[in-house]
Design a protein around this ligand. Structure first.
Ligand code: SF4
Length: 429
């Protein structure tokens, strides 16, 4: 039977799939809602069924957001790694007296932000450990310091867990904390610390972290006060497909209520150096087909409500990112200068992706590169940086020419000054 909503090539593929999968993909192509039980079937696909799932997700992506693949010029600042929460999936947090513990002061943070601005970054993404020495007003002080120096920079900062922590330390309700931060210039918040929004799973991952209910409440409050956020999932540890399907449905439900999510970002678990893995509780991260299915099913379940689906190149690596961008995703994420998100946990994809490398990888897919803002306004479109005659792109922030001139004129920040290499950052960031 011909599917009136599919391209001829996709229609041919759909003729070869199993009946249950074919029915669900037909529904998706007709813009009907994909249920949790549909998603469970899709998460079990293999072979031709999986191929048809990714092709369907790619077709929906084309309809919903077109051929652009976007990226943002952003610097990550993880202002402290001191944290006593001891999440088992995190290899970043350190006790205060640990030899690798660090905390940047306000001047150092502002300096890093200024460097990023001089380089052309439009965003600073900032998160840190929960350092009791810093006090509950640290978040407000950080926002004020950065926005005073750089009023036009978009500040994307502080997970719902950090908001809850600020609320506990200051005695102010989360809504008050969020309103104060917004008034000080905060532009949006990361929807990290979500992991899997399931109480049993969270009990295994981290007993001391905020509950699923608290995450949902703080995210909804942020959206209500006018602070958009991303939405995330961390998958491939002690979780199973039914947790993924429920998580996606929950994110969809929140979005229908608030409209505050800017994008959905699947974050594959990086296992190597985490207690969760070394103590034998978790498997070694998602497999390749699981990465593909996560992105494809997310497109089918969320695409109409959250059109932007981001790949985490630092977790997937460039090649797997390209695969996921062919399976429903449309955003490559950020340059992530000083990315420490997954390094401590064992990821090896680097700390920085220059614009020319984004362009090379995007053009290789036959799509259109576009630099965007945090909130998905397009700044530039087309091939502007990548030169096929010089295909070697700079893979480190320090090595890229425009930055060098900025770097040599600035004071070294704390961790550079003591010659210490800081590896990780919160796994979920
Ligand atoms: S994930 Fe965040 S809260 Fe948990 S231990 Fe790491 S830094 Fe601390």
């Amino acid at each position: 039977m011909v599917n009136e909503f599919a391209t001829p090539q996709l229609d041919q593929l759909l003729c070869s799939v199993s009946k249950p999968v074919g029915c669900i993909l037909d529904k998706a192509l007709a813009d009907q809602e994909i249920s949790v039980s549909d998603a469970l079937v899709l998460f079990q696909t293999r072979g031709l069924d999986l191929l048809a799932l990714t092709a369907t997700a790619d077709e929906l992506r084309r309809r919903q957001v077109g051929e652009r693949i976007t990226y943002v010029k952003v610097r990550n600042i993880n202002f402290t790694n001191v944290c006593y929460t001891a999440c088992k999936f995190c290899a970043f947090g350190r006790p205060e007296k640990d030899a690798e513990a660090y905390t940047f002061n306000l001047e150092e943070v502002v300096q890093q932000a200024v460097e990023a601005w001089n380089w052309g970054c439009t965003e600073i993404c900032m998160q840190g450990g929960l350092n009791p020495k810093l006090g509950g007003d640290i978040y407000l002080r950080l926002v004020r310091a950065i926005k005073t120096a750089l009023p036009n920079l978009h500040l994307h900062a502080f997970s719902p867990f950090e908001i809850q922590y600020a609320s506990q330390l200051t005695g102010k309700p989360p809504e008050y904390v969020l309103r104060e931060l917004k008034e000080a210039g905060l532009g949006s918040i990361p929807g990290t610390a979500a992991e899997i929004l399931d109480t049993d799973i969270r009990q295994v991952l981290t007993k001391n972290k905020l509950s699923a209910a608290a995450w949902i409440e703080i995210i909804k409050t942020a959206h209500r006060v006018g602070l958009p956020s991303t939405a995330t999932i961390m998958y491939g540890h002690v979780d199973a497909p039914h947790h993924w399907a429920n998580h996606l449905a929950l994110i969809r439900q929140i979005q229908r209520e608030t409209g505050g999510f800017t994008e959905f970002v699947p974050l594959g678990f990086i296992h190597q150096n985490t207690r969760l893995y070394t103590e034998g509780q978790a498997r070694p991260g998602p497999t390749g087909p699981e990465h593909l299915k996560m992105h494809a099913v997310a497109r089918l379940m969320l695409g109409q409500d959250i059109p932007n689906l981001q790949v985490s190149w630092v977790k997937l690596g460039p090649a797997m990112s390209q695969m996921c961008l062919s399976a429903g995703a449309n955003d490559f994420g950020g340059t992530l200068i000083n990315e420490r998100i997954s390094r401590m946990a064992g990821a090896t994809s680097g700390q920085y992706m220059p614009p020319e490398e984004f362009e090379r990888l995007i053009l290789d897919l036959g799509r259109i590169p576009a630099q965007r803002t945090t909130l998905y306004h397009i700044l530039r479109e087309g091939q502007r940086h990548y030169n096929p005659a010089r295909p070697q792109t700079m893979r480190s922030f320090e090595a890229s020419q425009p930055i060098q001139s900025v770097m040599v004129t600035t004071q070294p920040c704390h961790f550079e000054a003591v010659g210490r290499e800081i590896y990780g950052a919160p796994q979920q960031c």
